[in-house]
Design a protein. Sequence first.
Length: 431
Amino acid sequence: MKIFRSVFSKLTGFLKWFQNASLKKKILTVIAAGAVVLLVSVPLLSGKQQGQVTTDTVKRATVVDTVSESGNVQSNQLTVYSVSSGVIEDLYVENGQLVNKGDNLFKVKSTASDQDKASAYANYLSAQENLNSAQSTAHSLRSQMYTAWDTFYNLSTNSTYTNGDGSPNSTNRESAAFITSQENWLADESKYKDQQTAVNQAQAALNSSWLSYQATQDIVITAQVGGTISNVSYSVGDQVTAAMNTSGSNTNTSASPVLVIGTASENIVKIQINEVDINKIKVGQKATITLNAIKDKTLSGEVTRVDNYGTDTSGVITYNVYVKIADSENQIKPQMSAVVTIETTKHENALVVPNSAVKPYKGGKAVQVRDTSKPGNQLKYVQVKTGIKGTNETEILEGVAEGMEVVTGTSTSSTSTSSQSKGGLMGGPPG
């Protein structure tokens, strides 16, 4: 602090002196200061910007083009819900147990009252009656449609409405009789199609009413597929709520799965590849897989399926690709995160350079090499034709030869005259 005050005091005194000095003294002072600055800066300015480069040689190696993407291990499983609301009376399986299709899984004792059961059954019978009525109407409309069609067809092939060569007689077909016959057929066809929709709706209502009726009954749930039991979430005496869907998916927000049947005989990773790379991916290509949950281990795999139809997500088109994990690993679980790297192209004994050596140049690609025709080890660009690009190296098809030295990186540093005289790749020749 004392030093700072001393310097500040001297600077203040100099400024006061400079303000009161004569013009001649001011000019002499400025010239003296300029001379000092020049003396200090000349040695610095005499230094020269010297580029330091790193190089590598063109060599032959195996280069692999890859596509890498993250995804998840597929959940090949059937989630099992109860179709009856009540209490679990018996549980016939446990985690890790193998079951076959048709094996008993658990039994539910319904908690529905007699009134609930009667009401659900009445609704089911009513839905069945509605379906029968809809189907009967559909049969009548179908018959009516074909009758109208026969009338129209016979009329359209009549000599009055056709020419001698069998072509339509456009003039006569403008008559009211012909147009009415055609419209009757089209109207009856439309009625029949509408009734088919009504039949489908009645069938859906019947299915729903049957499930509602089942939800009031004591029931034993059986396995729809064979597999390994896991995620058993209930015990005997626990209450469950029916999931009202024949496919087993939960449409009742209060229903929870009772257990899961794992059906996977192999582990599959699903990834999504963008439209730029999807045409590189083929069934049978080799892949490597790493899982976040399994550290320091790389698994081998193979592409088993590639979707032809993509998915548009906010304008980004991606395609599903499925990769089978070939290695057996008990630690792999459904839904684990994975990174998949697929080998799309592999060239052995290819001429390669490091990726950093390849630069954009005049609309193409080039590498930098020493220009031996000029002093000072100056660099020049040599245009090249590239092949596939690997993780670290790029294949060179034309432009350089094996053993040539290429620049992989450059940096700039300021050097003094004394160090400059030693010469270097970008400097002058040694003195």
